[in-house]
Design a binder for this molecule. Structure first.
Ligand code: ADP
Ligand code: ZN
Length: 216
């Protein structure tokens, strides 16, 4: 059982937030709230929010704070969040962190931990430009570090693997720049509030162990 279960996963694109989320969720019934996944679903469904977000996402820029914060606030009221949640990829700016604190306070809740995934930038670039995602499930692979058993096919569901449009080198560099400028200040923000736990290293199993030692 986890002692701490209202969680934020903070880290650059490619830092492994999604991979570790999947590992943690396999053992603990937390709601997984990935703003990237929610936004991609809105784009695919052609909603108003999706129309606003699509072009911004393709360029690797951040969609407006209020738009994501509203989506997350609504999502947090769903029953599956009662037993804890992982916010994966949100907040990404200081205003988003303030909006999140307000939304949680309204629900009479608060964050237990913000896990910061600390990874060197050259590793991030390598990972991002070699990343593969499954069309069938949420599995993530990497051409270099974590290839699927059969090329182009998901080990778990047999689904087709594809490279995301925002995973090109230029976009990857741009996303890392935005991380440095807009998201990295959240490390200090949460450190000051005594909520930060830093996980470092490159091996997923080892990182999961560090995190569980802090949450259990
Ligand atoms: P990654 O984890 O690889 O950075 P995500 O799937 O989390 O990618 O996000 C993809 C894109 O969705 C981002 O580049 C951005 O355009 C948008 N996005 C996701 N979360 C947020 C957020 N909290 N604030 C603003 N934009 C976001
Ligand atoms: Zn799959």
């Amino acid at each position: 059982m986890l002692k701490r279960k209202n969680l934020v996963f903070l880290g650059a694109p490619g830092a492994g937030k999604g991979t570790i989320s999947n590992l943690l969720l396999a053992k603990h019934p937390l709601a997984h709230i990935s703003t990237g996944d929610i936004l991609r679903a809105e784009v695919a469904a052609g909603t108003e929010a999706g129309k606003k977000a699509g072009a911004i996402m393709k360029a690797g820029k951040l969609v407006p704070d209020e738009l994501v914060a509203d989506m997350v606030s609504r999502r947090l009221t769903a029953p599956d969040c009662e037993n804890g949640f992982i916010l994966d990829g949100f907040p990404r700016t200081i205003p988003q962190a303030d909006l999140l604190a307000a939304a949680l306070a309204k629900l009479g809740r608060s964050l237990d931990r913000v896990i910061y995934f600390k990874v060197p930038e050259e590793v991030l670039i390598q990972r991002l430009t070699a990343r593969l995602c499954c069309r069938g499930c949420d599995a993530i692979y990497n051409k270099l570090f974590m290839p699927p058993k059969v090329e182009g096919k998901c080990d778990k569901c047999g689904g087709e693997l594809y490279q995301r449009a925002d995973d090109s080198l230029e976009t990857a560099q741009n996303r890392l720049k935005i991380f440095r400028e807009q998201t990295a200040p959240l490390v200090e923000y949460y450190e000051k509030r005594g909520q930060l736990f830093t996980a470092a290293g490159e091996d997923s199993a080892d990182i999961l162990k560090q995190i569980l030692a802090d949450l259990e």
